[in-house]
Write a protein that binds this ligand. Structure first.
Ligand code: IMP
Length: 183
């Protein structure tokens, strides 16, 4: 049985909202120096690329990677850094770029990890927010869309490494017969 996909947010709707968010970030950070955008791999790679092309001030970009879902659609809560920043976060204004905040456990771990480098400030920009699933008290400053509790793919986000290339964002109901891959 194939995975079932249903379009939730089309390409044009995403492009318009991402432009608004990027322009808001540009207004907020234009007069700051030492701004570092931190992309959380892999899911945020397309979102980050679209956000930074809205910016008209000098900034740095780096990425980190955390252990995440693997084939399951539920977080385990155990978060681990797989690739850390290569640019020092110390004394910089950090903007974390996430694809989606679900339980908030990943982000809460990342905020603690990055705070250890003593940045000047840290804010979070997420394309999608599922506040109904939150397990920690965490409100991202920049949110593209608030969505219901459904598993989504596309625009960088995957299920089992599939569907990252899709231009729109789709609700995905995975094939129940496909095996769960442990990362
Ligand atoms: P959290 O720790 O539960 O907030 O999960 C955050 C991470 O889980 C995100 O950065 C995504 O990588 C992944 N994730 C959560 N929900 C979804 C989803 O609906 N589709 C794809 N990935 C998701």
């Amino acid at each position: 049985m194939p995975d079932q996909l249903r379009l939730l947010l089309g390409e044009d709707v995403i492009a318009q909202r991402v432009a608004e968010l990027g322009q808001k970030i540009a207004r907020d950070y234009r007069s700051s120096s030492q701004v570092l955008f931190v992309g959380v791999l892999n899911g945020a790679f397309i979102f980050l690329a679209d956000i930074v092309r809205q910016l008209d001030f000098p900034h740095a970009i780096d990425f980190l990677r955390v252990a995440s879902y693997g084939a399951s659609t539920e977080t385990t809560g155990a978060v681990q850094i797989r690739k850390d920043l290569e640019i020092s976060a110390s004394d910089r204004h950090l903007v974390i770029i996430e694809d989606i905040v679900d339980t908030g456990l990943t982000l809460s771990f990342l905020l603690g990890h990055l705070a250890g480098s003593r940045p000047r400030s840290i804010e979070v920009c997420t394309l999608l927010d599922k506040p109904s699933r939150r397990q920690v008290d965490l409100v991202p400053k920049y949110v593209g869309f608030t969505i219901p509790n459904e598993f989504v793919v596309g625009y960088g986000m995957d299920y089992n490494e599939k569907y990252r290339h899709l231009a729109g964002i789709h609700v995905c109901v995975p094939d129940p017969t496909e095996g769960i891959r442990v990362p």
